[in-house]
Design a protein around this ligand. Structure first.
Ligand SMILES: *Cc1c(COP(=O)(O)O)cnc(C)c1O
Length: 428
């Protein structure tokens, strides 16, 4: 027995060895069980995905790619990473995948690194219009190292103006056009983006982080063959571990992309997370995932329609994805206080800027809702219509009593708790 480790090192549960952390996790489990999760970037993973992330794969270090590692003893993790790559390619109908990016931002940075030189131009959606930080926002490395030209959305419709995208591509000749964002609810016109990229001789990146699960389940148009490269996080609608993947078809991109991920941006991959990606991608290949994707879309549309019936303005007029963005200005509300009041009622969302938002950046004028997590839990359209009624009830209370919305919050909280009891997760 090793004398350099404490008793129970190899076998004792964390509840015994580190009660402070164990207790925080126990409380977080209870919170997840008892609230209705509406944060668009979250989901609820399977026991299997949890299990492999907590596995001994965390002990293994490699560099490079399967079959070409710089460390010995890689045979079994090579099998894991190869499975993740094969499943990603099968699921999304493409030839190549890199499953190592630690996050969606790093996947996008790798693509930038692969196809553009610092100082060159990229064309992407404005952060305020629903774009993502890693698409060239001023505060992000991507915005500091590249010349960024932004397209936005039309003020009246909240929809992308594709003539503007094509015109900007023609005038600025970017090396990369990026389609996708984190608060744009409608389907993207991949063909129009392709025309924009072609007009500039650029590569087209589709970042499908929020709707990848729908693509996987056949409930959304496929970004291939229009896109040259597709990135997605694996923890949102794909229902896997935290991290991301990069997908492509053109063999000429293989070296630049793989070299950009490693050694360009990252060192050793998180092999326990790669295993989680493999398991989640395997789950997404199962027939049940098709039903799940269809349910996500139906639920998103049910919640969106119910909020609209209550008089709420949705950017883009509805949704084709798991998410929706609500403009709170007509109700005289702002995002952060609204999200806090909803949280006290057990409804978890996030404040979000809306296009050309003038409110303070810490407050914001919008709320973003997503249905992926609660759909995994088993909610159907009836539950989401009820959720829409509760959101409206809490927000109406807040508009009437900005200082103290306790009555509405408490009334809804009790019903939320009753509903979550009907849809237990992880045994409770
Ligand atoms: C969530 C998201 C990402 C990446 O997020 P990380 O927090 O870096 O994992 C990238 N692009 C889009 C469009 C996203 O929504």
């Amino acid at each position: 027995m090793s004398l350099t480790v404490h008793p129970g090192y190899f076998d004792a549960p964390v509840a015994q060895t580190d009660p402070l952390i164990a207790e925080a996790i126990a409380h977080e489990l209870q919170r997840q069980q008892e609230v209705i999760e509406l944060i668009a970037s979250e989901n609820i993973v399977s026991r299997a995905v949890l299990e492999v992330q907590g596995s001994i794969l965390t002990n293994k270090t490699v560099e490079g790619y399967p079959g070409k590692r710089y460390h010995a003893g890689a045979a079994h993790v090579d099998a894991v990473e190869r499975a993740a790559i094969e499943r990603a390619c099968q699921l999304f109908g493409c030839r190549f995948a890199n499953v190592q990016p630690h996050s969606g931002s790093q996947a996008n940075h790798a693509v930038l690194h692969a196809v553009a030189q610092p100082g060159e131009t990229i064309l992407a959606m404005d952060l305020n219009a629903g774009g993502h930080l890693s698409h060239g926002a001023a505060a992000n490395f991507s915005g500091r190292w590249f010349q960024v030209v932004n397209y936005g959305v039309q003020p009246d419709t909240g929809l992308i103006d594709y003539d503007q995208v094509i015109d900007l591509a023609r005038r600025h000749r970017p090396k990369l056009v990026i389609a996708g964002g984190s608060a744009y609810a409608r389907a993207l016109d991949f063909e129009a983006f392709r025309r924009a990229a072609d007009a500039a001789g650029a590569r087209l990146l589709v970042d499908m982080a929020h709707f990848a699960g729908l693509v996987a389940g056949g409930a959304h148009a496929d970004p291939f063959p229009h896109a040259d490269i597709v990135t997605t996080t694996t923890y949102k609608s794909l229902r896997g571990p935290r991290g991301a993947i990069v997908l492509w078809n053109d063999e000429a991109l293989t070296k630049p992309i793989n070299n950009a991920v490693f050694p360009g941006l990252q060192g050793t991959p998180f092999l326990h997370i790669v295993a989680g990606k493999a398991v989640a991608l395997g789950e997404a290949l199962r027939p049940e995932f098709k039903a799940h994707a269809a349910a996500v879309l139906a639920n998103a549309r049910a919640l969106a329609a119910r909020l609209q019936q209550h008089g709420y303005h949705l950017l883009g007029g509805g949704t084709d994805t798991p998410l929706m963005l609500v403009d709170l200005r007509p109700q005289g509300l702002t995002g952060a206080p609204a999200a806090h009041s909803l949280e006290r009622a057990g409804l978890i969302s996030n404040a979000n800027p809306i296009p050309s938002d003038t409110a303070d950046l810490k407050v914001m004028s919008g709320l973003r809702f997503g249905v992926s997590g609660s759909t995994t839990r088993g909610f159907g359209t009836a539950e989401f219509e009820q959720v829409g009624d509760w959101v409206a009830q809490v927000l109406a209370g807040l508009a009437a009593n900005p200082q103290d919305n306790t009555a509405a919050e408490a009334a809804v909280a009790e019903q939320v708790r009753a509903m979550t009891r009907r849809f237990p997760i992880y045994g409770g």
